[in-house]
Design a binder for this molecule. Structure first.
Ligand code: ATR
Length: 270
């Protein structure tokens, strides 16, 4: 069968092999999908060698920027993010980079979290790779205003500038207290992954706030606990993970699988 893999470092925790095998089974598409651990200095060579014979790769931390840089063709979503979570071998052997993180987030927010994005005031916490991969998609989904706050203020200002719209603005972390509340708060910093505290004022939350962490598992717990304490409806990024995988699957196989059964299966196991 055609071969696929997820590349990461570490990668043993990755749910992508399970997700893509379940999608394949559901759609009656035979495929082999493995997890490959590649150190940063070995990633480019390893993924090129793999894709010389395989069909596609998913890419997770810390390789998303390198995956984007090594590709011969880049989708609009990958280009604006400057990173790729999907690499596809084209018929002529060249490599195409895509980024389905933003589309995956928007689909999870709309379909699973029942979060209508149009006209919403959104706070984006963080301005690194994860934040850049989803910021344009939130604006395209019709939100009213995107406020970006990052520990390093310059990076937030740079992202707001790159977004190039009056609907996007950067604010200082120390001014979070003065910003009032938001309809949606998206947590995109690496603090949870690093096990570091992220002090946030409860006033960011009102009685209709949805709080969303782009990560899942242990990394999401501190932010979700803060959000629930403050009174928000809170979700981790497990649904986004399944939706970005379904978008990758559709790129590769020409068909988007049903995500609810796979999401339910993963949620039960956690
Ligand atoms: P990722 O791909 O996970 O986004 P990244 O590009 O290195 O990784 O970005 C990490 C993000 O988490 C940045 O926004 C970073 O803030 P800085 O730009 O100030 O470095 C943020 N971050 C990491 N640790 C943090 C902490 N302890 N508190 C707040 N923000 C943190």
């Amino acid at each position: 069968p055609p071969r696929y893999a997820v590349f990461g470092h570490p990668v043993s925790h990755s749910l992508s092999p399970t997700i893509h095998r379940l999608f394949g089974k559901q759609c009656g598409i035979a495929l082999a999908y493995e997890a490959i651990d590649a150190a940063p200095e070995a990633f480019a060579q390893t993924v090129r060698a793999f894709l010389a014979s395989a069909h596609g790769a998913n890419v997770t931390l810390p390789h998303k920027g390198t995956a984007f840089a090594l590709a011969d063709q880049r989708s609009a979503a990958a280009s604006r993010a400057g990173s790729a979570n999907v690499l596809t071998r084209l018929p002529d052997g060249r490599l195409a980079a895509h980024n389905t993180d933003g589309s995956g987030l928007v689909r999870d927010l709309r379909a699973r979290q029942r979060c209508d994005l149009s006209g919403r005031r959104v706070l984006l916490l963080g301005a690194g790779g994860a934040a850049r991969a989803i910021a344009w998609d939130l604006l395209e989904a019709g939100i009213d205003q995107l406020t970006i706050v990052n520990r390093t203020a310059d990076t937030a200002a740079a992202l707001a500038g790159a977004l190039g719209q009056t609907r996007a603005r950067a604010r200082y972390w120390q001014d979070l207290d003065a910003l009032g509340s938001f309809d949606l708060i998206v947590h995109a910093t690496a603090a949870g992954v690093l096990g570091q505290a992220l002090p946030l004022p409860p006033g960011l939350v009102d009685d209709r706030t949805v709080a969303y962490d782009l990560s899942y598992g242990a990394a999401a717990q501190a932010f979700l606990a803060w959000a629930r304490d403050a009174g928000a409806r809170a979700s981790d990024g497990l649904g986004m993970l399944v939706e970005q995988a379904a978008d990758a699957f559709a790129l590769w196989h020409g068909r988007r699988p049903q995500t609810d059964p796979v999401y339910a299966h993963l949620r039960e196991g956690r």
